[in-house]
Write a protein that binds this ligand. Structure first.
Ligand code: ATP
Length: 594
């Protein structure tokens, strides 16, 4: 209930903040439309009385009132709908913005990785779309409340026993709430197959992946798996729908009995001469409205509960993201590195898993060095990079930046001093200028800065080949958007990573996997020279993760990672002379590339 009230308050406050006049008009129209219905029943009773009494003048007047109220019942809610349509859009936008804010609201990325949060995110993304209904329900609910009060007053005036009619509306309401709880549980329980099915649907309809799917001829298999997952989710939801429908029907039966009893009561009063025929008409119409009011209340309650459920989930996620947040940090990163970055006995296990991914890593990355991290798939290279960026805190040990624990350093300041290019990069569907410029937000509009970054990334040719150069809009979401090749997207992403000119730490986690080995090698050489010049001023470190040994041979320090352990470190000459894993793998790759 508290969540429901909080959700309702938040929605109304959002609507009021965004447009007080429209909110007031919507509420007023809704209220007028709601009270018009019981007033119509009263006017019908009045008209009947006048007709029976043979008073044509008053009967005509009553008829005009009846007609006016009948039109009002239809028209008011229609106009109110127009008024609150825009408000509902704003409420939905507000909710979406909160979800985005919470999603990015912590320094780390733990809350995205935890399986127990994944279901909540799935439901939240879907529920955001239903917010329009939530606000409508709220406004309709306020109008309904007025209508119920007026109806109760009119009924009590005919026979106090008729007040039991609204009381009989309670069981359907309770049944409706129970039904919604059943559905809510089912939605959470089926979130996993729903998410998996949506993922398969996305794979099977993505233009980017269409080629691979055709070549590997897995479309049929994907369709079958999608069908199975969908059927599993639907089965769970259907069972819950069945239970919910039975619960609601049981509640409605209770009211139906009370309705029949109420009408019989007033008919008996009329036959005994205690009531006129006008009162019978009034009660028959009003009692039917109570029925309608109950049905509306039940469905409104469902919408409101659904909205409250979405707010509850949002509150849970917000609380857990806040709980994941580290204690306030005081330290600032140095302006330049003197000693470098040290991993001191670092071990790491991903949250929600048991198996350690890094085991007691001791490693020193000297200031000003270009460092290459090599190793097989799943060795732990990207995890190492994530710890350097401060996405996670090591489970054991410390990451020291010039001797100061990274955990005690303000994350936002550390992030402002580093730059990164990831294997899994973002494809922003913006103009090229922004796609690259976003790597250094304050200079997002600076053309010279973007051109220089593209030059460092050896990617100046990408905009040069596009119809509007840096102004070319990218991506398929726009009619005039241009689609790039995987390698071109990757080059722009690399340019973005190189926007910051003097980072203390630049991590490039396989940012060139779509390039051929020679291009990658040339790029690394070129960038390493630039990095050396910058490093002389700032002591900045460049960490390059790659599978290709030919690329990394000129690095000052090569770190070989295997099964979560650093097994060798040194430069190319030292490592080949040592004749260990690096020497073996280097020789293997050299032979393979001829
Ligand atoms: N978010 C995660 N949650 C749980 N385990 C993870 C997560 N990310 C990676 N792992 C596990 O950690 C191990 C190391 O993964 P990591 O991505 O660091 O390897 P990598 O050396 O970068 O591999 P690749 O070269 O294939 O990219 C793997 O066994 C992987 O399954």
């Amino acid at each position: 209930m508290r969540v429901l009230l909080t959700g309702a308050r938040t929605m109304i406050a959002t609507a009021w903040r965004s447009d007080p006049r429209k909110t007031a008009v919507a509420v007023a129209l809704m209220a007028a439309g709601a009270v018009a219905a019981p007033l119509l029943a009263a006017a019908l009773g009045w008209m009947t009385r006048e007709v029976v009494a043979g008073a044509p003048g008053r009967a005509v007047l009553a008829g005009v009132v009846v007609a006016t109220l009948a039109v009002a019942v239809l028209a008011f809610s229609h106009f109110a709908h127009l008024a609150y349509y825009e408000l509902a859009e704003l409420a939905e936008l507000d909710f979406d913005e909160r979800v985005v804010e919470v999603s990015n609201g912590s320094a780390g990325i733990e809350h995205h990785e935890r399986a127990e949060h994944a279901d909540t995110w799935t439901v939240l993304r879907q529920e955001g779309r239903r917010f329009r209904t939530g606000l409508e329900a709220l406004l309709n609910g306020a109008g309904l409340f007025l209508a119920v009060v007026l109806t109760a007053v009119l009924l009590a005036g005919r026979n106090p026993l008729l007040l039991l009619l609204p009381v009989a509306a309670v069981p359907p309401l309770l049944a409706g709430r129970a039904a919604e709880r059943v559905l809510d549980r089912a939605r959470t329980a089926t979130a996993e197959p729903t998410r998996a099915a949506l993922n398969l649907f996305h794979l099977a309809t993505s233009a980017r992946l269409a080629g691979e799917l055709r070549v590997s001829r897995v479309q049929g298999e994907l369709r079958a798996r999608h069908g199975r997952l969908w059927a599993e989710a639907t089965r769970g939801l259907w069972r819950a729908q069945l239970t919910a429908t039975c619960l609601r029907a049981a509640g409605q039966v209770v009211f139906a009995v009370a309705y029949v009893a109420g009408v019989l009561l007033v008919v008996r009063d009329a036959m005994a001469g205690r009531r006129g025929v006008g009162d019978v008409v009034l009660v028959i119409v009003l009692a039917a409205q109570v029925n309608q009011q109950v049905a509306t209340a039940v469905s409104l309650l469902q919408d409101l509960q659904r909205m409250a459920g979405a707010y509850r989930r949002l509150a849970e996620v917000t609380a857990s993201v806040a709980a994941d947040a580290p204690a306030p940090r005081r330290g600032s990163p140095p302006r330049r590195l003197h000693d470098g970055i040290t991993l001191d006995g670092v071990a790491f296990t991903y949250p929600g898993t048991d198996a350690p991914v890094l085991h007691r890593v001791d490693l020193h990355l000297p200031a000003g060095a270009t460092v290459a991290v090599v190793g097989g798939n799943g060795a732990g290279k990207s995890t190492l990079v994530k710890l350097l960026c401060g996405f996670y805190r090591p489970s054991e040990g410390r990451v020291l930046v010039d001797g100061a624990d990274l955990h005690g350093t303000r994350v936002d300041e550390w992030r402002a001093r580093i730059a990164a290019g990831f294997q899994d990069f973002v494809r922003y569907e913006f103009p090229v200028q922004e796609v690259v410029g976003l790597g250094d937000l304050p200079r997002v509009s600076s053309e010279p800065a973007v051109l220089a970054a593209l030059d460092r990334a050896d990617a100046a040719g990408v905009p040069a080949d596009l119809p509007d150069g840096l102004r070319t809009h990218l991506g398929k979401s726009y009619a005039d958007g241009v689609e790039l090749s995987g390698g071109q997207w990757q080059k722009l992403a690399l340019g973005r990573a190189l926007m910051r000119e003097e980072p203390l730490l630049l991590v490039l986690d396989e940012p060139t996997s779509a390039l051929d080995p020679e291009a990658e090698h040339a790029l690394f050489q070129r960038y390493a020279e630039h990095a050396k010049r910058v490093a002389a001023r700032t002591g900045g470190i460049t960490v390059f993760v790659s599978h290709r040994f030919s690329t990394v041979r000129s690095a000052d320090l090569i770190v070989v990672v295997e099964d979560g352990r650093v097994v060798e470190t040194g430069d190319h000459a030292a490592l080949t002379a040592a004749g260990g894993l690096y020497a073996e793998l280097f020789a293997l790759q050299a032979k393979a590339y001829g």
